[in-house]
Write a new protein. Structure first.
Length: 474
């Protein structure tokens, strides 16, 4: 099945929704593609439509007024026949095609049956978000050890708590809403281990002072944690998980400024679930093969380089949201609006109503970006985190490659980045294609360089039947 639009947007999270709404307001025909079964992405993740009345999500979402407003605009676009919304469509490739682009996807609404779909447009906007960045530690592969994002996805999408006694660890403000959400549903959050020192924010006071909404949000989480008597331990990390069939305990330790455990501070805490998160890695799978320029973000990731209107270095290609740098939903929404405005300008369409507020929108986006940079600098990956690892600690779970094997590849094989480690050890050659272990292997080998994921011509697993179906269509 093939369909042509004026603009294809991949990703229906905050950035993609905002972009679609602005493009529709300017008169463009838009195709909006997302792998989920509903719009909203991970940030505005909801239970399936048939189960929403039975699954409480109170307190789990922020900015619902904006979500509902964008949803209404997209609904109006569908009713007018100008929005082609493709949910449960997994985009596996985006390629140049003449003066435009072709996005290849598989329709999985009738899974396990897959149907090939091709969407064509002179302009493409990629807003594919990010995923949890993980650092391995002994026992992280035990059942019951999840990412922070995984814990929240279970809460938002299914109303499920992963355990009754949970420990959280890692770094960054995302730990707080997850802790509050779990506690509100009766989970005993035994500790929240924040590896960073909160005083680091004092080195970057202006972005914090210029975003009073962040103050209010943080104060709300602090109140909830205090109300549920949840202890937040700063400069502390989860360094080990214990158990046989599943996790039964964690070991935590106070850490020095470089992340190395302080002798004599280790303690053992019994749990039945663990959530760990070290920030996020942008999803660049569709963008890398198109050859757009990258730049280094403050959190150590390589991200898409864009101009003031979210244009990439590839003509007709735009990016918005976490692909341009992890900074939260408010930033993603602003970037989505800017990217769509650029698409409208470049296509020669009529200006969007409210263009006089463009300067204000750009100022808001700049302020949010400054806050994101300050957050990344205040919550870095600890430099000495690898000291937690034994040589037997599994780093690549798909191929069961250990930390000792990675270290040997560097010391004896001369590997200096995660791609060479992959060639020597198979780390990153499994089902996840390095999405889980890639950042960790990179940090073990070349921490001083930005992490750039390997280029993949196929961004998501696709069946041979779907590929054959695409060949027939062509």
């Amino acid at each position: 099945m093939s369909r042509t639009s004026d603009l294809v947007i991949v990703g229906a999270g905050p950035a993609g929704m905002a972009a679609a709404a602005t493009a529709l307001a300017g008169g463009l025909r838009v195709a909006l593609v997302d792998s989920g079964t509903a719009i909203g992405g991970q940030y505005w993740r909801h239970p399936p439509q048939h189960a929403r009345s039975a699954i409480p999500t109170d307190g789990l979402h922020h900015g619902l007024r904006g979500y509902r407003a964008l949803s209404r605009e997209l609904s109006a676009g569908r009713e007018a026949g100008r929005l082609d919304l493709r949910l449960a469509h997994h985009a596996w490739s985006a390629v140049r095609e003449g003066d435009g682009f072709a996005v290849h996807a598989v329709d999985r609404r009738a899974a396990p049956r897959e149907t090939a779909v091709s969407l064509h447009a002179p302009r493409l906007l990629v807003a594919t978000g990010a995923y949890d960045r993980q650092l391995p530690f002994p026992g992280w592969d035990l059942p019951g050890v999840l990412t922070i994002g995984g814990l929240q996805a279970l809460l938002k999408g299914s109303g499920v708590t992963a355990g009754s006694r949970v420990a959280l660890g890692g770094t960054g403000p995302f730990l707080l809403p997850v802790a509050a959400g779990l506690a509100a549903r009766g989970v005993e959050v035994v500790t929240v281990c924040e590896a960073a020192n909160p005083l680091a924010w004092l080195r970057h006071p202006l972005p914090l002072l210029r975003n009073p909404g962040k103050w209010a949000e943080g104060a709300g989480y602090a109140f909830e944690l205090a109300r549920h008597r949840i202890r937040v331990r700063t400069r502390t990390a989860i360094t080990c998980a214990e158990g046989h069939d599943r996790v039964t305990a964690v070991r935590i330790a106070a850490v020095a400024s470089d992340g190395s455990p302080r002798p004599g501070t280790e303690r053992r805490i019994e749990v039945d679930a663990v959530g760990v998160g070290w920030g996020f890695a942008p999803q660049l799978d569709l963008l890398l093969p198109l050859g757009c320029d990258l730049t280094r973000s403050a959190d150590g990731n390589a991200v898409v380089a864009v101009d003031g209107g979210q244009r990439t270095s590839v003509p007709g290609l735009y990016a918005a949201g976490e692909a341009c740098g992890v900074g939260g939903a408010a930033l993603a929404v602003g970037e989505g609006h800017l990217a769509a405005r650029s698409a409208l300008t470049d296509s020669g369409s009529a200006p969007v109503p409210g263009d006089r507020r463009l300067a204000g929108l750009r100022a808001t986006v700049a302020g949010q970006r400054a806050f994101a940079r300050a957050m990344a600098l205040a919550h870095p990956i600890p430099a000495a985190w690898s000291s937690w690892l034994t040589d037997e600690t599994v780093v690549c779970r798909c191929e069961e490659v250990t930390a000792g094997t990675v270290r040997t590849a560097c010391a004896e094989g001369g590997a200096h980045d995660h791609r060479q480690v992959k060639q020597l050890t198979r780390a990153g050659m499994g089902w996840c294609q390095g999405r889980m272990c890639g950042p960790a292997v990179h940090c073990l080998t070349s921490r001083n360089q930005a992490y750039t994921p390997a280029e993949r011509l196929v961004a998501t697993p696709v069946t041979l039947g779907a590929l054959a179906d695409l060949d027939k269509q062509q």
